[in-house]
Design a protein around this ligand. Structure first.
Ligand code: BTN
Length: 319
């Protein structure tokens, strides 16, 4: 663990206590200056750390801690979530889930953290993951399918996330192709699906579905304020993160047993009919989103004809 991760883990374990820089430095075997740097960088990531002279540091915020015990209280599944690894802080639950999957962790294992210091988003972006503000969970799945079926898994996970959000709150959760969950026109959750397949195998060895949901009422950093929301901000209610994770496990389990998520995915899609900016590796262009086909591809009309997008990203620019 880095000094930053260790410092955060200690502060999370003692939410109401002040801990001096000296004690932290002793516990971690580093200098007080390194502790100060770690605190500064945690603050830059959105952690609300109070510093009081002669007392020390204290982490502020809403602290219903995500925990194995807390999740099990609500869990009703047979497979998904039966094995849980929960920690205060991880660099990335997806990275840890990959390690565990490589070591043979059973299908349905979930990895959860109260906060991530290096949450991974799509296209090498970072996922804002401050402690106790959201749900950061990765599912280890072993589908009998090739990596070309990963799109279906992403869609299934988007539907599961939307269902789970609606089970714990009064908000309506829509899906922005491919896998962002939107509430009231702003992003509330994102999904990163990663697969590992050996060259000599027809099936993936494992798939990791990483889901990050903004849950608590919170003030987002300035660069996210116009594009991000949380279930708490949108509903005005306090939401149990442990219950939300258990509902996610339930929704994943039902959907994995169902035929095809495409119909519900379409019903929840907020993109068709909208003017969008299509962002590709080679640049971007404007188009009208027409529909999502049976393979989960987005069909857009550029004005000069239609294009079928298998993967990629769109942002909504108007009605
Ligand atoms: C995106 O919106 O670009 C995808 C975000 C996915 C974030 C989740 S949080 C849990 C899991 N662990 C990670 O490092 N990323 C995913």
């Amino acid at each position: 663990m880095t000094t930053k991760e260790q410092t955060l883990a200690i502060l999370l374990d003692r939410p109401e206590e002040y801990i001096s820089g000296e004690v932290l430095a002793d516990m971690e075997g580093v200098s007080r200056n390194s502790i100060w740097k770690a605190v500064k960088s945690l603050r830059a990531e959105g952690y609300n750390i109070e510093a009081v002279t002669n007392r020390g540091y204290r982490l502020l915020g809403d602290h219903e801690p995500v925990s194995e015990e807390g999740i099990r209280r609500y869990l009703k599944t047979k497979l998904i979530g039966q094995t849980i690894e929960a920690r205060s802080v991880m660099a990335s639950t997806n990275a840890r889930a990959k390690e565990l999957a490589g070591q043979g962790a059973p299908e349905g294992t979930i990895v959860v953290a109260r906060g991530q210091t290096n949450g991974k988003g799509r296209a090498e972006r970072k996922f804002h993951s401050p402690a106790d503000s959201g749900v950061y969970v990765s599912f280890i799945l072993r589908p009998k399918a090739g990596s070309d079926r990963a799109v279906r898994l992403t869609m299934l996970s988007a539907v599961a996330t939307a269902r789970a959000i609606e089970r714990v709150s009064n908000v309506r959760a829509g899906i922005k192709w491919v896998n962002d969950i939107f509430i009231d026109g702003k992003k509330a959750a994102g999904i990163l699906c990663e697969t590992e397949q050996r060259a000599d195998s027809a099936f993936v060895s494992y798939a990791i579905v990483g889901i990050g949901i903004n849950v608590s009422k919170q003030i987002f950093p300035p660069e996210l304020q116009s594009i991000a929301t949380s279930i708490g901000n949108a509903s005005g209610n306090d939401i149990s993160k442990n219950r939300l994770i258990a509902e996610l496990c339930g929704a994943m389990e039902s959907l994995l047993a169902e035929d095809d998520p495409i119909q519900e995915y379409r019903e929840r899609s907020i993109v068709p009919g909208k003017c969008v900016k299509v962002i590709t590796e080679d640049g971007s262009y404007s188009a009208t989103a027409v529909a999502i086909n049976d393979d989960g591809e987005l069909i857009v009309d550029t004005g000069f004809g239609t294009r079928t997008l298998r993967a990629g990203e769109v942002s909504i620019i108007g009605e």
